[in-house]
Design a protein around this ligand. Sequence first.
Ligand SMILES: CC(C)(COP(=O)(O)OP(=O)(O)OC[C@H]1O[C@@H](n2cnc3c(N)ncnc32)[C@H](O)[C@@H]1OP(=O)(O)O)[C@@H](O)C(=O)NCCC(=O)NCCS
Length: 175
Amino acid sequence: MTTPWSLRRLHTVDTAQIGQLSDVLIDCVDGGASVSFMHPLSRDRAEAFWRHVASGVAAGQRALVVAEDAQGVCGTVQLVFDLPENQPHRADVSKMLVHRRARRQGLGAALMRAAEATARDCGKNLLVLDAVTDGDAARLYERLGWVRVGVIPGYALWPGGGLCSTTVYYRQLEP
Ligand SMILES: CC(C)(COP(=O)(O)OP(=O)(O)OC[C@H]1O[C@@H](n2cnc3c(N)ncnc32)[C@H](O)[C@@H]1OP(=O)(O)O)[C@@H](O)C(=O)NCCC(=O)NCCS
């Protein structure tokens, strides 16, 4: 089956890609996702975030995977490698984001499979992430075999205010 998107890892991030990644992040916050930012998320703040990510990618501290459709970037996920020196075998999974135009077609699952494959390629065998408890993302991760560690109540704010809990997950990767 052909999909309306293609996936690739970016080793450098240009200005146009920063703009498209910002569109995805702003759309997710507009849609009510708790992904570090409050609503409304300005373009300036979104672009500053992605410029920071771009620096990390250039420095080898992060791996950035994007999905692109006919309109540009429609989804993304990151692996964070910038961890203490006693954890060289693991990475944090961060900022799994799918634009609302591309949701519920399997892209979230495809991005996670790509993140896991990238992690293996980079010699990692343990991944960790957290997600809003019982949300769309948590359901996705559990379906993909991530192991639920536990819930931290009142961990973060929803973009419109009010506390939400987070659930911590891990996944061990086969070599
Ligand atoms: C969480 C998120 C990444 C999921 O992305 P997605 O592309 O919609 O994910 P998938 O399509 O793989 O799965 C989502 C649902 O669509 C369903 N689905 C997948 N392919 C489908 C298809 N072809 N037809 C119908 N339904 C389909 C899945 O079964 C799943 O159903 P469920 O929610 O009832 O469990 C997305 O909702 C998102 O970006 N949310 C906002 C940001 C966020 O919260 N990120 C997580 C940070 S931890």
